[in-house]
Design a protein around this ligand. Structure first.
Ligand SMILES: *Cc1c(COP(=O)(O)O)cnc(C)c1O
Length: 406
């Protein structure tokens, strides 16, 4: 397995670069991932040989661009195991996907007093859109708390849901803690009271096999840039019947069938939700990134990253005064920690001198920081190109920086 992943690392040109005179150790995959040669090439080829607007032209170039763009939609359908490409809406990313669900589906179907449940470990992009909706139409936003390991409790969720609950919106994997949530079981609990389920897949999609039919969620959101694809592109999956009944989120070209000043007829799915010229090369690059992940095998990626996580956690715990934040039984390749007497930002700044890219922040999950009573954590998050030597360099750098700071 190590040899296979060593070969995969070679496919990422950015990792051949030096930072501060040292080879780069990139451990900020929770924020964004690097891109393999084949994704860069797919985007480059598009602009060199295939660029035209989609769905419009009758000429060959436009037909080729359309085929590539729609081909990426089919790749995304397969990647998520959706039933139909009509359920695959291209959006900017998870943030836009969740805002779309809040402003289109929820605004049309929820009323004052209806409840949306989220968890305490959500990213801000799965908190703020619901707060906006709360202020707009008076929904109730409830929070499923986490324990000291950073896990949700299924029984607590069972006790929380009621006929008022209309939506459970939950992340499949926490970017701040690494916790993998039992979304399938959570979805079942939500469905038992007739609520819909939205899963934030920003962190899950680069690290594990996802099957929206198996989870049986109503909405699933992913971001291309977190999974080795371009920025500014993502997918909202939604069950077809829901999308069919939902009003458009934005109006403009491409999302219409016919327009007069009196009346506009909307286009069929999924185009009803794709107003304007789309991020064509982004979708093509995302399709290539999904194929890249599938060619490696998501189960194999999960197994490899689990080894990295185990090794990193063991080595980190050898450091005096270091405390791991988030120790869920089921965890993906993210390790967050704090060190007594050291500010995370100072630490990360010193580590940058050693060519180590880690994040020191609240990770867009301030409520998680409040739960653990820390202002920020240092986070190392792994991807397919990381290896055991990266972790050794992380540990050496941490030890040196700690000596300087204490
Ligand atoms: C990154 C992230 C998001 C937001 O994704 P964008 O690509 O910034 O829209 C949402 N949820 C989680 C868990 C994330 O890690």
């Amino acid at each position: 397995m190590k040899a296979k992943f060593a070969e995969i690392r070679e496919q990422f040109p950015i990792l051949r670069q030096e930072e501060n005179g040292q080879s780069l150790v990139y451990l900020d995959n929770g924020a964004t991932s690097q891109k393999p040669e084949r994704v860069i090439k797919a985007v480059d080829d598009y602009y060199r040989w295939q660029n035209a607007n989609v769905h419009r032209g009758v000429y060959g170039l436009s037909e080729r661009a359309t085929e590539l763009y729609e081909g990426a939609r089919e790749t995304a359908r397969q990647f998520l195991n959706a039933k139909s490409t009509r359920e695959i809406v291209f959006v900017r990313g998870v943030t836009e996907a969740i805002n779309l669900v809040a402003q289109s589906w929820a605004r049309a179907n929820l009323k004052a007093g209806d409840e949306v449940i989220i968890t305490e470990m959500e990213h801000h992009s799965n908190i703020v859109p619901w707060q906006l909706l709360r202020d707009q139409i008076g929904i109730r936003l409830s929070v499923l708390r986490i324990n000291q390991k950073g896990e949700v409790c299924l029984n607590a969720l069972k006790g929380m849901v009621s006929e008022k609950t209309k939506l459970l919106a939950v992340t499949q994997m926490s970017n701040a803690l690494g916790t993998i949530n039992p979304v399938k079981e959570m979805a079942e609990i939500a469905r038992s009271v007739g609520a819909k389920v939205l899963v934030d897949g920003a962190q899950a999609t680069p690290h594990m096999q996802v099957d929206v039919q198996d989870i049986d969620c109503d909405f699933y959101a992913l971001s291309g840039h977190k999974m080795y694809g371009p920025t500014g592109i993502g997918v909202l999956y939604a069950k077809e019947a829901l999308l069919e009944a939902m009003p458009p989120y934005q109006g403009g070209g491409d999302m219409i069938y016919s327009v007069t000043f009196d009346k506009t007829e909307y286009n069929v799915l999924p185009y009803k939700f794709e107003a304007g010229t789309p991020h064509i090369e982004g979708a093509i690059g995302l399709g290539e990134a999904m194929k890249f992940l599938q060619d490696i095998g998501l189960d194999e990626i999960a197994a490899y990253e689990a080894e990295l996580l185990t090794y990193a956690t063991e080595r980190l715990k050898e450091i005096d005064g270091l405390k791991v934040i988030g120790e869920a039984d089921n965890k993906g390749g993210v390790v967050s920690f704090v060190i007594d007497g050291v500010h995370p930002h100072d630490m990360a700044t010193l580590m940058d001198q050693d060519g180590i890219a880690v994040r020191a922040s609240h990770h867009c999950a301030m409520p998680v920081m409040q739960h653990f009573n820390v202002p920020a954590t240092i986070r190392a998050s792994f991807g397919v190109y990381n290896n055991f030597a990266d972790i050794d360099r992380l540990i050496d750098s941490l030890n040196e920086a700690k000596d300087m700071l204490l």
